[in-house]
Design a protein around this ligand. Structure first.
Ligand code: TYD
Ligand code: MG
Length: 456
């Protein structure tokens, strides 16, 4: 017998508790618990999914080569690790309006043209609305089916009848299971829906994409709650008011994580950006103080980005520190290193650090560029715009080596950089023959003060 019990879930992270709590022990957010009456399924659920399996030798399992379905959207394939894996469940998260539905509809178009049968299930838009969007993207083949429904029981049935190879769920926050009394979008509904889609994906060997809106404190549970349940998690980031979008793989059971794909939103859908470095550096002002170009490694490929800093005298009270696009605490740490190890007093200044282009980067290899941009702005002396800077900084002020220095340098050369300031250790580790004859001057530094010396 199903028994009704009450549980409480944290809206931010999905932490489950038997009683209401003021602060979530999981994510430390306040007042985030919401009541949900869950159906205690007891043995029912176990009987449903658990058919007794057999033990096999790992070496005996044969895999077929053809398990990845290429979408022909190069940037998406890259983030997925080479295409869609059969029977996988992928979560596509992002702010409302950033382009999740558009991307997935483009995926439908491409795969449909290749003869793959797809079912696009929308709980947010009507047929006409989807058709209007689709018109902007292009002509769709007969393999793409539409279904506007939010009731999971009907959806499950329809998927079984329609037998598509790929299913899109837009969005998970609109789906509901009638047996659960809480509203669609609540933690228990969202979790249960995902669970059902996971079972469908694995049992019927269908690849399912689930859209999840990121919500700043609201009544709707965010995609964070689902991250641990799905195979792959992709996040769409970037300024929704700017035209480019970055798709980042945060979790991938079948490929590398942190791989990114760069898109541009055009009137006819998302267009791939094939050379992101060029794109990120577009529009920068040359020879301005506080601007330093760095190379960050996103997944397997290096991307050049502009680090900007603005240091100005504090007029009143406590100095302000602002970091956009990078870790605030890391910036504070680097400012302390500048004071203590490079002997430059910036404690009476406001410091603003920004990664241009709306991309978020937390890689420590950016440290040296952040430090040099702050000092450059403080001294009002520009770092020459053909200089590339990367390196991690330790608390002792030492500049530590970073991975794949050569790839970063090569990316710089490709975009016409003439100088590169990098960790001495990384410089020593590079095989000189590989970069011989290349038109770039490499300057190895071992500590912050040596790097600061370079800005005069
Ligand atoms: P959408 O995919 O609906 O966002 P999400 O599903 O993440 O909420 O994207 C909507 C935005 O994209 C909207 O502001 C209109 C814009 N857009 C274009 O600029 N060009 C296009 O071809 C399409 C389809 C949408
Ligand atoms: Mg949408």
């Amino acid at each position: 017998m199903a028994k009704n019990v009450t549980v409480f879930f944290c809206k931010e992270c999905g932490y489950e508790s038997g009683k209401w709590l003021g602060q979530c022990p999981g994510c430390k957010s306040w007042n985030s618990f919401e009541e949900a009456s869950a159906i205690k399924k007891g043995n029912d659920i176990k009987r449903n999914i658990a058919t007794k399996g057999e033990v096999v030798k790992l070496s005996d399992i044969k895999t077929s080569k053809e398990i990845r379905l290429k979408t022909n959207i190069g940037e998406l394939d890259r983030v997925l690790g080479g295409g869609i894996v059969k029977g996988s469940l992928t979560l596509v998260g992002g702010d409302p309006g950033i382009g999740k539905s558009t991307l997935l509809l483009q995926l439908c178009k491409n795969l449909g043209d290749k003869g793959v049968r797809l079912l696009y299930i929308s709980g947010e838009e009507s047929w006409e609305q989807i058709k209007l969007r689709a018109k902007r993207i292009g002509d769709f083949s007969e393999n793409v089916y539409l279904y506007c429904e939010t009731n999971l029981d009907f959806i499950e049935e329809t998927i079984k009848e329609n037998k598509p190879e790929v299913v899109i769920i837009d969005s998970i926050q609109t789906m509901y299971k009638p047996e659960i009394t809480s509203t669609p979008g609540s933690v228990s509904q969202v979790k249960e829906s995902t669970n059902i889609f996971m079972q469908i994906a694995k049992k019927l060997n269908i690849s399912i994409f689930v859209v999840g809106h990121v919500t700043k404190e609201g009544v709707v549970a965010g995609p964070k709650v689902l991250e641990h349940m799905v195979d792959t998690v992709l996040y769409f980031e970037g300024d929704r008011y700017a035209s480019y979008r970055i798709l980042r793989g945060v979790k991938n059971r079948f490929g590398a994580t942190n791989e990114i794909g760069v898109f541009e939103m055009k009137y006819d859908g998302l267009r791939e950006v094939e050379n992101p470095s060029e794109y990120m550096l577009g529009g920068r002002t040359l020879e301005t103080s506080g601007s330093v170009i760095s190379a960050s490694l996103e997944g397997t490929r290096p991307i050049l980005i502009e680090v900007q800093a603005l240091v100005s005298a504090t007029n009143f009270g406590i100095p302000r520190r602002v970091a956009t696009g990078t870790d605030y605490n890391r910036v504070n740490l680097l400012l302390a290193v500048i004071e203590k190890r490079a002997g430059i007093q910036i404690n009476n200044n406001d410091v603003y650090v920004n990664i241009a282009g709306g991309i978020k980067i937390n890689e420590p290899a950016l440290d040296l560029a952040i430090v040099l941009s702050v000092i450059s702005s403080f001294k009002n002396k520009a770092v020459s715009s053909d200089t590339l800077v990367f390196g991690e900084i330790g608390l002792a002020g030492e500049v530590r080596s970073v991975s794949q220095a050569k790839d970063r340098i090569l990316e710089g050369i490709k975009l016409g950089f003439k100088k590169c300031i990098l960790p001495k250790q990384s410089l020593n580790a590079i095989d000189k023959r590989e970069i011989e004859g290349m038109d770039i001057e490499l300057i190895g530094v071992s500590d912050v003060s040596a790097a600061v010396e370079l800005i005069r």
